[in-house]
Design a protein around this ligand. Structure first.
Ligand code: GLC
Length: 430
């Protein structure tokens, strides 16, 4: 099928090429463990990243479900006895020096970081299980997935308000999003200086945390970067709902399924109560002890749409007033990471800092399914169509200019292959 001058089968073929080209296999110096996963991008990101791997697993369902399962199994080799799952696994020791030079990261071990990423894992396990119906796989991976969600509750919700906090910007995966500028001291920084200033600011966080690393529960309480992120908590709420269903399918005690479902409802209720702003019709992140609202309009403000039990009135306002607003998010290639109405909006990537304007495929993947579950199949189809066109124009890049679809950032980027899921859902592969 051809979609306004874009050959859909060519886009799908390119996505498959990247998933295959980025596959990394070997035996690590990390205790002789065998690894087999898809890296986000061969040159820029040669390691295993947590939420990238979850997205890769979802895309791999359309290539070979065995590869999808393997992606998750490899990721779970990072699971710690207390349930923690790291945001990066640095399998190849020869690349460690390069990693420490290039990324602002702190490791808990030479082979993994001390931080987390959004808990996409439950959604990915749900997707792979439903595609394969492989019960043995479910029984194998579900316990570690449940432990991770319990870890998040135990270590990241010290005020017990059901919303989990992140302790540094890259824990949301949205490293340089301007919504964090207020706490990262980047508000008055000139665009060309944002990237360097962010690095110094990350070092400031690391120094503050250094004396307390042995006691991870204290890090949120230090209130240095204590951020209840709407996108992270939407993914968490969705994940808890998925876990509830998976526990039932696995035949686990009903009380366990009920526990996750109840917690999922509480997270959503907390988002609706604490983050919803009836005046603007948007959700806002909360930061600090005071739980101040961060009023920078990014796609995060729309993200509760991915939870299918979100209040109908809120759904309507998010979609009609904001998602479809051509002055905010409904640009030629939606959905931009920052609304076009924001002063910090940087569609051309002039700042060389990521998540400040361009469009990303993982955001569109989640919003696509959210729109469908809330009864907006036409908007979802239009979003899928423009996403295919964007990738057909810009290539398998990390992110895209929302006006021109020009590809930006890393090349041969793994999770852009999520387009396979949209193509399949729309029936364009038949
Ligand atoms: C960047 C992104 C992060 C992603 C990583 C690997 O750091 O901000 O979300 O996981 O690259 O692709």
């Amino acid at each position: 099928m051809t979609l306004v001058e874009i050959d859909v089968s060519q886009v799908a073929a390119d996505a498959r090429r990247v998933l295959s080209r980025n596959r990394r296999q070997g035996v690590s110096d990390w205790g002789g463990r065998t690894y087999d996963f898809v890296c986000p991008s061969p040159r820029s990101y040669p390691f295993q990243w947590f939420w990238d791997s979850c997205f890769h697993a979802i895309a791999l369902v359309h290539v070979d479900p065995e590869l999808a399962k393997q992606e998750i199994r490899c990721l779970l080799q990072g699971a710690q006895p207390d349930g923690f799952l790291p945001h990066m696994l640095l399998w190849d020791r020869q690349l460690h020096d390069q990693a420490m030079r290039e990324y602002s990261i702190v490791r808990a071990d030479p082979f993994y970081t001390a931080t987390v990423q959004p808990p996409v894992l439950a959604r990915a396990v749900w997707r792979v299980y439903h595609a394969s119906k492989d019960r043995a796989f479910l029984l194998e991976v579900l316990p570690a997935t449940m432990r991770f969600f319990r870890w998040l509750k135990a270590y990241r919700d010290p005020d017990d308000d059901h919303l989990i906090a992140i302790i540094q910007p890259d824990e949301s995966g949205l490293n340089a999003s301007p919504k964090y500028d207020v706490v990262m001291h980047l508000r008055d920084v000139a665009p060309q200086e944002v990237a360097d200033a962010l690095r110094s600011s990350m070092d400031r966080l690391f120094s503050a945390y250094a004396p307390h690393r042995e006691d991870p529960a204290r890090l949120v309480a230090l209130d240095v970067f204590n951020w209840e992120d709407v996108m992270v908590n939407s993914i968490y709420a969705d994940g808890l709902q998925c876990l509830g269903g998976l526990c039932r399918e696995a035949g686990f005690p009903p009380a366990e399924a009920a526990e996750f479902e109840r917690r999922g409802r509480r997270v959503l209720a907390a988002l609706e109560e604490k983050c919803w702003d009836e005046r603007s019709g948007l959700f806002w992140d909360l930061y600090g002890y005071e739980e101040s609202r961060a009023h920078t309009l990014t796609f995060s403000s729309l993200f509760p749409l991915i939870v299918d039990s979100l209040d109908r009135h809120m759904v309507w306002r998010l979609v009609e007033e904001h998602l479809l607003n051509e002055g905010e998010f409904w640009l030629p290639y939606p959905v931009p990471s920052v609304a076009a109405s924001e002063p910090s909006f940087d569609p051309d990537y002039r700042t060389s800092a990521i998540w400040r304007g361009p469009t990303w495929a993982n955001v569109n993947y989640y919003l696509y399914w959210g729109l469908r579950s809330h009864g907006y199949p036409d908007v979802a189809s239009e979003l899928a169509k423009r996403t295919v066109q964007m990738i057909g124009t810009g290539g398998m890049r990390e992110f895209f200019n929302p006006y021109t679809a020009e590809g930006q950032g890393a090349v041969d980027f793994g999770w852009t292959a999520l387009v396979l899921d949209l193509i399949h859902a729309e029936g364009w592969d038949r």
